[in-house]
Design a protein around this ligand. Structure first.
Ligand code: MRU
Length: 335
């Protein structure tokens, strides 16, 4: 299943805030519409955010009335600025925007040719993501054994990517190879990507899944119910892996209980010139914590902290699975 598609000047994708109750397709026609979908998390998950940002620039190019290349580049630059302000932590967004802008700048042809170049580059980014996930699945599946129970956090499935998924891609590949793996998925408060999206994807594929609240991770580790952890990532820097809030807690528990902790992410998520202290963690609105669904659960006037991601220091990471293979953290720089 492809999560995002380009259809003659329209970006078609699923509204992830409506899943699993309803499958609603969005037809986005402008960069601003894509930016709004990113901010409101109708589109989410680092690799999908990157592909969507590339397609948003393709929309700007496709609908442009620019008469010169300079004018077209200005329009793309303005769109890029809008996109860069949507979500600060997933590096795939900045990577994809820069890649498309560079392609447009380097294009030596007419305005029409540059427009075509931009659209082709966005398509290439999406196709490469789908391919990287399949490769990651192949490499990562070798780490999972028949009968293993794998714990995952948030949603790093096909919905978070263009196709197949990163962490769920690894689990999916093992399952497709005939290994009878089972999954424990954390619900992932506050936005419940685990309960809503991961449980939905795994049920759809017939892979056994049990859902737990985030605070049950200690229980399942202590009781020996987890053989491996596989999570995705929003940004991998020299000294840490940024992923959904709660990942660090899981990594510490995994180390304490001798459970391997794997991170599955394409190299488009790598940002190895930076360190953890250089990365902005997105802070989201208090309402996400104050409410459970549409019901307010907290008293009035209570203060809230709502960081969307945390940083897991590399010492807790057993290995990173990417489209080039499986690497211990110490070997990432060689990539
Ligand atoms: O806030 P989200 O839903 O965009 O966060 C998603 C995650 O943290 C995922 O684990 C990460 O992007 C990897 S997805 C392949």
């Amino acid at each position: 299943m492809r999560t995002i598609k380009w259809e003659n000047g329209v970006v078609v994708t699923i509204d992830q805030t409506k899943l699993p109750a309803e499958t609603v397709y969005l037809e986005l026609k402008t960069c601003r519409e894509v930016a709004e979908a990113l901010k409101t998390m109708k589109i989410r998950g680092a690799p999908l955010i990157g592909a969507a940002a590339a397609y948003a620039l393709a929309l700007t190019a496709y609908h442009s009335k620019a008469e010169s290349k300079t004018q077209l580049l200005d329009e793309l630059w303005n769109s890029a600025e809008i996109l860069r302000k949507t979500r600060p932590t997933a590096v795939n967004l900045f990577w994809a925007v820069d890649r498309v802008l560079n392609k447009a700048r380097e294009s030596e042809g007419s305005v029409a040719e540059t427009i075509r170049t931009v659209i082709e580059e966005a398509e290439r980014i999406a196709d490469e993501d789908a391919e990287a996930n399949r490769k990651m699945g192949f490499f990562g599946a070798a780490l999972l054994h028949d009968g293993d129970t794998v714990l995952t956090h948030c949603n790093a499935g096909s919905l978070a990517t263009v196709e197949y998924g990163t962490a769920l891609g690894v689990i999916r590949a093992a399952w497709e190879q005939g290994k009878k793996v089972k999954v424990i998925a954390t619900e992932t408060r506050p936005l419940l990507q685990g309960a809503r999206l991961t449980a939905y994807e795994l049920k759809r594929d017939g892979i056994p899944v049990r859902l737990i609240t985030d605070s049950m991770v200690g229980y399942v580790m202590f009781n020996g119910l987890v053989d491996k952890v596989v999570v995705g990532a929003d940004r991998i820097v020299q000294d840490a892996v940024f992923n959904k809030i709660g990942t660090y807690t899981i990594a510490v528990l995994a180390k304490t209980h001798g459970v391997p902790f794997y991170v599955a992410a394409p190299t488009s998520t790598f940002d190895l010139t930076r360190r953890a202290r250089d990365v902005e963690i997105e802070q989201r609105k208090p309402e996400e914590v104050l409410y459970c669904g549409s019901r307010r659960v907290a008293p009035v006037d209570v203060e809230v902290l709502n960081p969307a991601f945390d940083a897991t220091p590399m010492e807790y990471v057993t290995a990173v699975i990417c489209e080039k293979g499986v690497f211990p953290p110490s070997k990432l720089q060689t990539l």
